[in-house]
Design a protein. Structure first.
Length: 111
């Protein structure tokens, strides 16, 4: 089978894009801080990440552009949150992918 003619499913492309979006430690830190603050956080608190403000702002904007983070409120009092439905959808997709890679019970040999 030639990999050059391989067509990827929309689901595979979505999972890959989600993984790429979170592939940087600063983005994981942003997501983690939002999660640990009841999924609602101000930009000022996000600036506590040990990166300069421009770096944090750049990654926040990219996560927003990808739909992973949502912004709520008015200028000066904006709160950020994660798209929980997207995270659940992607988590289920990854779980199904990894589950399909596990050997069946009868395939596992005891040593």
């Amino acid at each position: 089978m030639s990999y050059f003619n391989l067509k990827f499913s929309d689901r595979d492309n979505e999972l890959a894009n989600f993984a790429k979006a979170l592939a940087l430690p600063v983005r994981i830190a942003i997501v983690r801080i939002i999660m640990t603050n009841n999924n609602s956080i101000s930009k000022e608190i996000l600036y506590t990440i040990p990166f300069n403000h421009e770096t944090t702002t750049k990654h926040l904007a990219e996560l927003k552009r990808m739909g992973i983070i949502k912004a709520h409120g008015l200028r000066g009092s904006i709160k950020y949150s994660l798209d929980e439905q997207l995270f659940k959808q992607m988590a289920n997709g990854f779980a199904m992918l990894f589950e399909s890679m596990r050997p069946a019970e009868h395939d596992v040999q005891s040593y």
